[in-house]
Design a protein. Structure first.
Length: 230
């Protein structure tokens, strides 16, 4: 598990870790980053566990830091990759005297997205992989808040919901590959999705059902920030 520490105000949060996957489709979005910075508050010594999206390494079950060593800690788009999320979150709480901030997806709302009509297997996978918000809160303890993060229409971090108003983008295999849930389904699912979405875009069916999303400036989907203080 990669960890990073940084000294400086909350405005110094490393935006490059937000959506820092290996694909060019996962580029940090400054508007999402601001929500993370706000949640960190005035923390100056921040631990980043997981080093952002794209980290496939083992969970931080035994962080090599003293109790309460950091002003704040965060993990961004990586919790669903951990082998033991509860243990890792408890360790984050142990080494942090201030807020612990988790940018994640709420599995309870993952399926509330038009993609479920075309590739339910993908969003079923997402819902299984992401820990429930109440379990995250229980592992962190203390006082927790959950805040939905609005996704901009032109979001540069290409997770599935980032394309809520740009469905054509998900016809690009590279865009799908940047979202790890697609790697858990077989070629048949991807081919069926491609055929069905192309048909509905050509026929106008997608726009009849979901076309208002093309001009909606933000979308409130499953993206949330869980913030816990002791």
């Amino acid at each position: 598990m990669k960890t990073r520490t940084r000294d400086g105000g909350a405005h110094d949060v490393d935006h490059g870790t937000i959506g820092s996957g290996s694909s060019g489709c996962r580029r940090p979005d400054e508007r999402v980053a601001r929500f993370v910075a706000d949640a960190l508050g005035g923390a100056r010594n921040v631990l980043d566990v997981g080093a952002g999206a794209g980290s496939y390494e083992n969970v931080a079950e035994d962080l090599p830091f003293a109790d309460g060593e950091f002003d704040a800690a965060m993990t961004l788009f990586s919790l669903h990759r951990w082998s033991d999320a509860t243990a890792g979150l408890r360790e984050m709480r142990r080494v942090t005297r201030g807020p612990v901030v988790v940018l994640t997806c709420d599995p309870a709302t993952v399926r509330d997205f038009w993609l479920y009509d075309y590739a339910p297997e993908v969003l079923d996978t997402e819902a299984r992989r992401h820990p429930p918000v109440d379990e995250i809160a229980a592992a962190l303890g203390g006082s927790c808040t959950v805040e939905a993060v609005p996704i901009p229409l032109d979001c540069t971090d290409g997770f599935n919901e980032a394309y809520y108003g740009r469905p054509e983008m998900l016809l690009d295999p590279a865009a799908r590959q940047a979202c790890s849930a697609w790697s858990f389904v077989d070629d048949g699912v991807r081919e069926r999705f491609d055929r069905a979405l192309r048909h509905d875009l050509t026929s106008g069916t997608w726009d009849e059902r979901f076309g208002d999303l093309r001009t909606r400036p933000t979308f409130e989907g499953s993206l949330v920030i869980v913030r816990a203080t002791p």
